[in-house]
Write a protein that binds this ligand. Sequence first.
Ligand code: SAM
Length: 257
Amino acid sequence: MDMNNRVLRKFGFKKDQNGIINRYIREKPYWDTHLFNTKKFIIDSTRNKTKNTCVVLGSGWLLDVPIEDLSTIFNTVYLVDIVHPRQIKHKYRKIENIKFIQADISGYIKPVYDFMKIAIKKSLDITNISQKISPELNEITANASMVVSVNILNQLDILICDYIERFSVFTTEQVKVFRKIIQQKHIDLLPENKSCIITDYEEINTDDNGSVIQSRPLVYIELPLNKYVKKWVWNFDTHKTYHSKFNTDFKVMAWNK
Ligand SMILES: C[S@@+](CC[C@H](N)C(=O)[O-])C[C@H]1O[C@@H](n2cnc3c(N)ncnc32)[C@H](O)[C@@H]1O
């Protein structure tokens, strides 16, 4: 991976990942159903696949990944993340068929970083940023028996677009067009008949009586769904640390592509 830590720090990837584990520690009983459903969906999705290699995109802390099952079912499991937690690499270092790949799943982090250096000085079209998926990632997803996109589809645009918005160069609408491009390219990366996708798609904010105060979509593209979509609610934040006035739930869905 030829991206330096400085770029990753500027986008806040490590901080964001630490935020996930800290929130999990606070919210564990409320997250359990979501984590169980995600793992079960992944295991169920392995049934009709060949069992050579499995690629997990957005593996992080493996909270929602049934890693022991996958490493038993498949010859090799590739875990892909922009930063792998040190503790996770250490925990699985002796399991030979679990391989860690550090890569940008979106292919846009370094291109956006370079693009913004110029965009702050002269007018550029945000839709012209070109994607650079690492050849290694392209190859392992194309040749995999199964590719799992685990709670990452709507995450891919967030830190990248937060970075863009810091410069106040593009309008919210222009950035949204780019969000759509990032999400669509992720769906396109997932090979047909071999992919399993779990994603949150709507944020619901409620008051202490459970009344919905506001909601917003998290996925901006048309998804290639089929009739076997599973849906559930993830009680994401019950301590008002995500929104100071509300509790936050995410609607989640899972399907095979
Ligand atoms: C919401 S988490 C998914 C939960 C994760 N499976 C876990 O248990 O921690 C999203 C993960 O995707 C990673 N990620 C976000 N954007 C990425 C990118 N562009 N390339 C690779 N990984 C990315 C984050 O580092 C994080 O670990």
